[in-house]
Design a protein around this ligand. Sequence first.
Ligand SMILES: C[S@@+](CC[C@H](N)C(=O)[O-])C[C@H]1O[C@@H](n2cnc3c(N)ncnc32)[C@H](O)[C@@H]1O
Length: 348
Amino acid sequence: MSSSDPDADFGVLSELAHGFMASQVLFAACDLGVFDLLEEASQPLDAATVATRLGTSTRGTRPLLDTCVTLNLLRVQTLSDTALYSNSELASTYLARASPRCQCHMFLYLAGTTYPCWAHLAEAVREGRNQYQRAFGVGSDPLFAAIYRSEGELLRFMKGLQEGWTLDGPALLTAFDLAPFAHICDLGGGSGALARLCASLYPACHVTVFDIPEVVQMAGTHFPLQEEEKDRVTFQAGDFFLDPLPEADLFILARVLHDWSDQKCSKLLARVFQACRAGGAVLVVESVLDPDGRGPLTTQLYSLNMLIQSEGLERTAPQYRALLRGAGFDTVSLRHPTGTYQAILGSK
Ligand SMILES: C[S@@+](CC[C@H](N)C(=O)[O-])C[C@H]1O[C@@H](n2cnc3c(N)ncnc32)[C@H](O)[C@@H]1O
């Protein structure tokens, strides 16, 4: 990284050090509804109008909008000395709530929950454990009691997680042909977003979403199934470490194993192997680390996030293979569709 100009090197460091401010600009603009307002407006708006409509100060709104322009979240044009702002294509696609590809709820989850936990990264590294106690004053045994510490927090988590599947879901679910599996169980399937996508991609399958009772209840209230989905996707409440699992031809474990220690993953996978019909399989969806653990950067950051927010970590492909083979799954293959996540299929 070093160049002949030491100040240029410091520039890299400085950008790194201030990266959190850029994240906060994105989070605050989402939170305040900047992108929704500009998407709904029939024409570009000046800062004073944005401030009036959002109920914010002009003093704060103008620099926020201008920084969003520099970050390519907004566009600006000047007419008669007045700066007029509109959404960039990036914002229209991923930040306006009306967009089917909106990722705003995940950013709000990162802002409200992940960010306060990351303030304690050094403590997490020192202690080797998550930081809910320091960040929110709640214990994390059991882990999901901390993650779901209020109804609002549970809903925010579910909304945030489901958004990602609008981007990566189709490629992940078609990385392997899942058509041979008639009954699919999405273990820890949350709101049912991936299950619904699976049902739409594979018209002959039935998908059971298995998750803890609070999540199943919240899914019924806030993520209702369409009439035509109701006989294809069903929910079952239970604890996947303790309660009987539904019998299925394919179990999906998406972003589940990374929450847990090797020991708990082995226990869960052994239960999945038992419940899986002969000729069936397990599909693990995770962000996979390079074999030496030194990349990709996003997955390394996710792994630190697992330290800070869970009991687990992100793993390498050999580590996932070892876990799956240890539970009895024999052929284990990994595919990398585009995006952050990979699909790993283990056959029984
Ligand atoms: C990180 S989230 C992943 C959700 C979903 N699969 C996705 O990728 O969007 C982990 C899920 O596991 C569920 N979960 C955690 N512990 C569980 C347990 N003991 N039994 C059943 N589900 C559990 C959580 O409620 C949550 O929905």
